[in-house]
Ligand binder design. Structure first.
Ligand SMILES: Nc1ncnc2c1ncn2[C@@H]1O[C@H](COP(=O)(O)OP(=O)(O)O)[C@@H](O)[C@H]1O
Ligand SMILES: [Mg+2]
Length: 361
């Protein structure tokens, strides 16, 4: 009789070339309701992965031809496999391998010969974590598309309200009298405000939904173009703009341009009342990432509230002081997240601010 497997029975790929280890692991995991596929070489593991993604990989360190580190490096470097947890199988005294495995992005390790309850506990934990992360991601996507739909559907009726108020004001102004006219002017002003908010929400959700097209980007040119564009809007301003040599990075040209525009427009805006405004774009690097910084000597902000900077519609300055909507940084952070980067800011009241962002090499 054909065995029916539950659809959500997790699948593990075991990559090992020692028959005793394979037997112990397979027996244990099958008993605990895992499906299991076996590869005795790195190249075979990669071929199996191409056919179907497992939920987790158990990866031996030492194998002929291609060792576990190389397999790990290839898997973590591939977008399709990056989120699959990898548990290294190492020998007890192999401190160096454990360190190297973690630095290549592995999630955990188990020492051979296996302690069965330890192996099972670690597998269970990482499968559970992966499933939770996956469902969080799906929930986020759903929320993004919900946000987009709501904003999109609100826009048309809001524009009608604004138009109707305009007609009312134009055609019935004498009947309305001065109090009525004032009320209508208020309605129009508020509806323009709401339409603006909705437009910003749409812009924000577009950054979550937009397809990415990755290519090599010259960050020097991107920042230079963005700065030029912004200065064309206020040509009378005198700003010292410095830029160090910036590297090429891989990313989406449209999104990264928007990122540069957002950061520089803030630097320009918040230096508007500064005596000799200056903006400096720099970059440093570590083994795995570039860290860009955009420093200005403007109004700065209070670091106590820095956790609010990246929230949608969150602002640390009032509209009277500096105009704005509070979505620029939220959009910037979205763009960076989609590039596997991180954004943060430092600042001090009346002593400038620096926007930092990291991008993987
Ligand atoms: N360069 C900067 N200097 C001082 N404050 C900044 C700077 N960049 C951002 N901020 C603070 O972060 C808040 C959020 O920025 P952002 O999302 O771009 O919104 P907006 O510029 O429309 O206010 C701003 O309201 C401001 O308080
Ligand atoms: Mg802004």
């Amino acid at each position: 009789m054909k065995r029916i497997e539950p659809i959500n029975q997790p699948e593990i790929l075991l990559v090992d070339d020692t028959p005793e280890h394979i037997e112990t692991a397979v027996t244990l995991l099958r008993q605990n309701n895992y499906r299991i596929r076996i590869a005795t070489r790195g190249s075979a593991a990669l071929r199996l992965m191409d056919r179907r993604c497992p939920d987790l990989v158990l990866l031996d360190v030492y194998m002929p031809e291609m060792d576990g580190f190389e397999v790990c490096r290839l898997l973590k470097g591939n977008e399709a496999f990056r989120d699959i947890p990898i548990i290294f199988l190492t020998s007890s005294n192999d401190e160096e391998s454990i360190k190297r495995g973690f630095s290549l992005g592995a999630q955990d390790y188990v020492v051979k010969p296996f302690n069965v309850s330890e192996l099972l506990a670690r597998v269970n934990t990482h499968i559970k974590l992966k499933r939770q992360t996956q469902s969080l991601k799906e929930a986020n996507l759903e929320l993004d598309s919900f946000c987009y739909t709501v904003a999109h559907d609100l826009k048309a009726p809001l524009l009608s309200i604004s138009k109707l108020a305009e007609y009312l004001e134009g055609d019935y102004s004498t009947e309305l009298g001065s109090d009525g006219q004032e009320l209508i002017a208020n309605i129009r002003e508020k509806s323009v405000e709401v339409v603006n908010i909705v437009n910003h929400l749409l812009e924000f959700s577009r950054m979550c939904e937009m397809q990415m097209h990755s290519e090599y980007i010259n960050m020097n040119e991107l920042f230079k173009d963005a700065y030029k564009e912004l200065m064309q809007q206020e040509p009378e301003r005198q700003v010292d703009f410095f830029m160090d040599g910036l590297p090429q990075i891989k990313g989406d040209a449209v999104m990264l341009k928007l990122l540069c525009l957002n950061i520089l427009s803030n630097a320009l805006k918040y230096t508007r009342h500064t005596h000799s405004p200056s903006i400096q774009v720099s970059c440093s690097e570590s083994e795995s990432e570039y860290i860009f910084s955009v420093r200005d000597n403007g109004a700065g902000f209070d670091m106590r509230y820095s956790s609010r900077l990246f929230g949608v519609f969150q602002r640390l300055h009032s509209k009277n002081e500096f105009e704005g909507s509070g979505v620029g940084l939220a959009i910037s952070q979205r763009i960076l997240k989609r590039h596997n980067g991180v954004a943060w800011m430092t600042g001090e009241v009346n002593n400038g601010a620096t926007f930092f962002f990291s991008l993987p090499k």
